[in-house]
Design a protein around this ligand. Structure first.
Ligand code: FAD
Length: 260
């Protein structure tokens, strides 16, 4: 069985988001990490590998420094790593990103593709289902549990207040929730081995059945005009009053602030 996990290198937004004067993310000023949902997806793939002997390949599209998340993935236990990087692919929106990743995936065998539900920077949750569409694969999103049964996968698909058990024949694509599991740490031995292993590097020329008009900034129907950090509101005021007093208090505040 062959599993491919799409992992994205993202800025660690926990330390606050930094922007360039033109409104784009200042990625150089922020720590780069593996996207949390993707790490849970990778952990799920490694557990299937332990049960079935599957081969796990990780793939990322990004700047050359995205090589770091591939090494981290191999130090966790991934067998192979592919970096898709090329200047002409820069500035891609989700359409151009998924087109690029699908073009790379057409070069390799896979039974199961796992992506994260969403990346913590773009936050669109679009790339996974878009890849499945490009490759004409069934997709199961929001996976909270994944089991392999013969040539099929059985997925616990999470909703806010309930979940569905969904079964799909492979090849198919699953988007993973970070709640899926607690990813393992890299092992010291794994880190050493990971830096001895080769990362396959592909560029635009290696992408299969894709058109230049769908790649990079030029091929992106969506242009990010400006991104800004959310305005952090104060803690707010806590009052302990009985119901009647609470209503009067709120009404007086709403009046005071000319809301009513
Ligand atoms: C603040 C901000 C807002 C944005 N808004 C939009 C928007 O509204 N529309 C739009 O089209 N683009 C938008 N973008 C651009 C978008 O981030 C990029 O196109 C990005 O490459 C993919 O979208 P995403 O980050 O939302 O990923 P998601 O769709 O949230 O990612 C889902 C999963 O796909 C896989 N994946 C995503 N990117 C890669 C990658 N480079 N390599 C490997 N696997 C990957 C990962 O497994 C990931 O968990 C925005 C970017 C920023 C920084």
């Amino acid at each position: 069985m062959k599993i491919v996990v799409c992992i994205k290198q993202v800025p660690d937004t926990k330390g606050g988001v930094k922007f360039n004067p033109d409104g784009t993310l200042d990625r150089a000023a922020m720590l780069a990490i593996m996207n949390p949902d993707d790490k849970a997806g990778l952990e799920a793939a490694l557990r299937i590998k332990e049960q079935t002997g599957a081969e796990v390949t990780v793939l990322t599209m990004g700047l050359p420094k995205a090589d770091d998340v591939l090494r981290e993935a191999m130090a966790m236990g991934a067998d192979n790593a592919i970096l898709v990087t090329d200047r002409v692919l820069g500035g891609a929106d989700t359409w151009a990103t998924s087109t690029t990743i699908a073009g790379a995936l057409r070069n390799i065998d896979y039974d199961l593709i796992i992506t994260g539900r969403q990346a913590i920077d773009g936050d669109t949750a679009q790339v996974g289902p878009q890849i499945a569409e490009h490759l004409q694969l069934p997709v199961i999103s929001y996976a909270a549990d994944i089991k392999v049964e013969g040539d099929s996968v059985v997925v616990k698909r999470q909703y806010e207040d309930r979940y569905h058990m969904v079964k799909a024949q492979m090849p198919c694509l699953i988007t993973a929730l970070s709640e899926l599991n607690v990813p393992r740490y890299m092992t010291p031995g794994g880190i050493f081995d990971a830096y001895d292993k080769e990362v396959t590097v592909w560029g635009r020329a290696d992408l299969k059945d894709v058109d230049d008009s769908n790649l990079g900034l030029k091929g992106s129907p969506t242009k990010i005009a400006k991104a800004s950090d959310k305005v952090r509101k104060g803690a707010g005021e806590k009052v302990a009053l009985d119901p009647t007093e609470s209503v009067n208090y709120i009404m007086s505040k709403l009046t005071e602030k000319h809301i009513i």
